[in-house]
Design a protein around this ligand. Sequence first.
Ligand SMILES: C[S@@+](CC[C@H](N)C(=O)[O-])C[C@H]1O[C@@H](n2cnc3c(N)ncnc32)[C@H](O)[C@@H]1O
Length: 272
Amino acid sequence: MDALIGWIGGKRLLRKTISQYVPKDIQGYIEPFGGAAWMLLFKDKWGDLEVYNDLDYRLVNLFLQVKYHPDELIKELDFLVASRKLFGDILKQEGLTEIQRAARFMFLITRSFGSKGDSFGTSQKRGTSSMYNRLERIKELHRRLDMVIIENLSYEKVIEKYDTKSNFFYCDPPYMLGYTYENSKQFSHETLRDILKNIKGRFILSYDDNPEVLKLYKGYDIRHVTRTKGINRKEGKSEFNEVIIANFDLVDTDQDTAKTKAKTTKEIRGIS
Ligand SMILES: C[S@@+](CC[C@H](N)C(=O)[O-])C[C@H]1O[C@@H](n2cnc3c(N)ncnc32)[C@H](O)[C@@H]1O
């Protein structure tokens, strides 16, 4: 299924490409940097254990309310019509209950430009997007989350807690040269590398394609992929280069990557 919300850095356009590399023989599937969970939701089930985690409590609260109070969340969202005035009011008042806060967070993200949640977004062509479709998706996500564990920890703790030989981690951290999330101004890419170096399980890591990342992960299996930039699609040629890094051999099984606008361009092992 699709994610409930867009999210900066969300893997909507790369989920098909990345998912082909996820090993089939895993017991647990863990996302330490869950965001909107585009990868987790791409399949009905990845493993006997599934864990969603993010440090951002607004996201975690939304997932928790979908999991435990979907009907109340839907009722709350029913009142939130697409209005610039309401958007401004909600920016000032996040809500009094956890359900209100989840609904208002979802409203801000889905009604804003580029899913940033800070300014009311409209389109000259499409007007506004349907909230009813999203309300249906809440019910679908409610069912999908039935067996998913939802955590609100920093990634190191999640890796430590669930690290076994048979578990798999899909890591999608804040990018080195990308958007700075409020909670990741001090993010250490070296610490993440050190933690992943000693992991018992297998992992796939996605990053922006830059020499610093390639240097940190020299020796790992790396694929270079290109995708169109989400926000600037109408500008045509705008492309963004990313890498997929793994601590096991990546095997290409999916030839049909055109739809995702991402393609495997070359394979290297580290840099020379
Ligand atoms: C690139 S986004 C993940 C996007 C996600 N894969 C998706 O498809 O929507 C990175 C996420 O990492 C989270 N984050 C930042 N620092 C973190 C930390 N120390 N521990 C856990 N999550 C963190 C951010 O809140 C953000 O949601």
